[in-house]
Design a binder for this molecule. Structure first.
Ligand SMILES: NC(=O)c1ccc[n+]([C@@H]2O[C@H](COP(=O)([O-])OP(=O)(O)OC[C@H]3O[C@@H](n4cnc5c(N)ncnc54)[C@H](O)[C@@H]3O)[C@@H](O)[C@H]2O)c1
Length: 437
């Protein structure tokens, strides 16, 4: 019989440190406040609504996830944020334009209390933005220390027991791993030397991981996904998750593609285009930031289809992804997919998908879940990369030499089996022979 893992109780307040107070962050914060007051339901959140089957199908045991593992409750959450703009979270939510003003007004006093601390920001990494609320410091090490002060002050002011940090800042320009990213020591030297290989998101990640604060990256930029910060996380026993929230079009891709592959239907082409009019869309209009996003969005199909195993079905797949900045749409992104399928005897077919989604409405429950699950991981002494949270990300972080798992259904099974493992319950293989023996 498996044994439950020792998990420290979720006592006291949990501070949620959000980097960037834009559409995703304000939709998360205002949503949690509204749900807390009973004005809305936490739709889309596994931690709030999900269940997990335990034991055999005949046992009828499907408790809520929050009943089997000790999660912080919504009442325990206290939000803090950094942004390059000074708007408090009410004003920022009005600018983002995702949640109706009538709903925002119901939680306005609480939102107005969340005023962003000055950010660590350098326009070199996010070309389309410029703002006044930015820290000054002799080098990036000094800036990381200043973030540490913000964190300690926030903890003391709100008498917090624990904290987690989620990067909900803009997508930074495309970067790859370099020498400065290899060890903790080379990384710290690079911070002091103001090395351009260290973008702002890495400074935040370093400030969190150094303190043992779990860190997740909601955007596709490298951030904590480098050997130096993974090594630091091992030293400080810090859980990590990322990258790039799996919302709109990629969510649908990782729902559809595993189904097509399961039936061994070939795919010759997958053309995806989006129009988006929020600030994220504006940032992604810069080719260097778009490249980061494009890499993240494109890797999904290669891993799901495994063309090396199925060359007749997927070796010639032409996969194109476009995002066009179109201000009239705001956060209400519209995505079109054209999928060119191949069936029996090579006969072509097509699927057209037109998804009128709301980006941040899909993203907010993920930010909430990731924050709560990372806090759980920390209390369960699970540190380093949390592969069981791949479910939430377009480019799941993974150990070197392992390929990431993109199939949404395998990801969900992995997540729920991790919860069963924590609880000391039998893992579910779906073999099912026991019902017929
Ligand atoms: N909305 C989604 O569905 C979704 C899905 C996947 C990924 N993302 C990613 O999440 C991130 C946030 O998305 P959004 O729609 O909220 O964008 P947004 O532009 O509304 O908000 C980002 C905020 O981050 C701030 N910022 C940028 N650099 C910063 C820094 N160094 N320090 C502090 N603040 C900084 C900006 O000023 C802005 O207010 C983006 O990178 C986006 O690509 C969003």
């Amino acid at each position: 019989m498996p044994v439950p893992v020792d998990i420290a109780p979720a006592r006291g307040k949990l501070g949620v440190l959000l980097v960037g107070l834009g559409a995703v962050s304000t939709t998360t914060i205002a949503g949690v406040l509204a749900i807390r007051k009973g004005f809305a339901k936490p739709i889309g959140s596994l931690t709030q609504m999900g269940t997990v089957r335990l034991g055999k199908r005949t046992e009828g045991r499907s408790p809520k996830i929050s009943e089997i593992v000790p999660l912080a409750t919504l009442d325990d959450l206290v939000f803090g944020a950094w942004d390059i703009f000074q708007d408090d979270s009410y004003a920022a939510a009005r600018t983002a334009g995702v949640i109706e003003p009538s709903m925002l007004d119901k939680v306005r006093p609480e939102l107005e209390q969340i005023r962003p601390w000055p950010a660590v920001f350098d326009q070199r990494y996010v070309k389309r933005l410029e703002g006044p609320n930015v820290k000054k410091g002799a080098n990036k090490k000094v800036l990381a220390d200043a973030l540490g002060e913000d964190i300690r002050r926030f903890k003391a002011e709100h008498n917090l027991d624990r904290m987690v940090m989620v990067w909900c800042g803009s997508t930074e320009v495309f970067m790859t791993e370099s020498a400065a990213h290899q060890t903790v020591e080379s990384f710290e030297r690079a911070l002091e030397a103001n090395d351009p290989a260290i973008p702002s998101s890495m400074v935040y990640a370093y400030a969190a991981i150094r303190e043992g604060i779990p860190y997740a990256n909601a955007a596709p930029n490298l951030s904590a996904d480098i050997p130096a910060l993974v090594e630091l996380a091992a030293r400080t026993k810090t859980p990590l998750a990322g990258k790039d929230l799996k919302t709109g079009q990629t969510l649908l891709k990782t729902i559809l593609a595993p189904g097509l592959k399961a039936r061994l239907l070939g795919v010759d082409g997958w053309y995806s285009t989006n129009i988006l009019g929020n600030r994220d869309g504006e940032v992604l209009d810069d080719p260097e930031s778009f490249k980061t996003k494009e890499e993240s969005k494109k890797s999904v199909l290669d891993y799901i289809f495994q063309p090396q195993l199925y060359p007749d079905l997927y070796a010639h797949l032409c996969h194109v992804v476009r995002i066009n900045y179109y201000p009239p749409r705001g956060d209400n992104k519209e995505g079109w997919d054209n999928i060119d399928l191949v069936g029996w005897l090579g006969y072509p077919m097509q699927i057209k998908v037109n998804f009128l989604c709301r980006d941040s409405i899909l993203a907010a429950p993920i930010v909430l879940d990731v924050a709560l699950f990372l806090d759980l991981a920390k209390r369960a002494n699970m540190h380093g990369i949390q592969e069981w949270l791949s479910f939430y990300f377009k480019s799941p972080v993974h150990a070197p030499g392992l390929y990431p798992e993109h199939d949404l259904f395998i990801q969900l099974m992995k997540l729920k089996n991790t919860l069963r493992y924590l609880k000391g319950e039998e893992l579910i293989t779906h073999l099912g022979r026991e019902y017929y023996d």
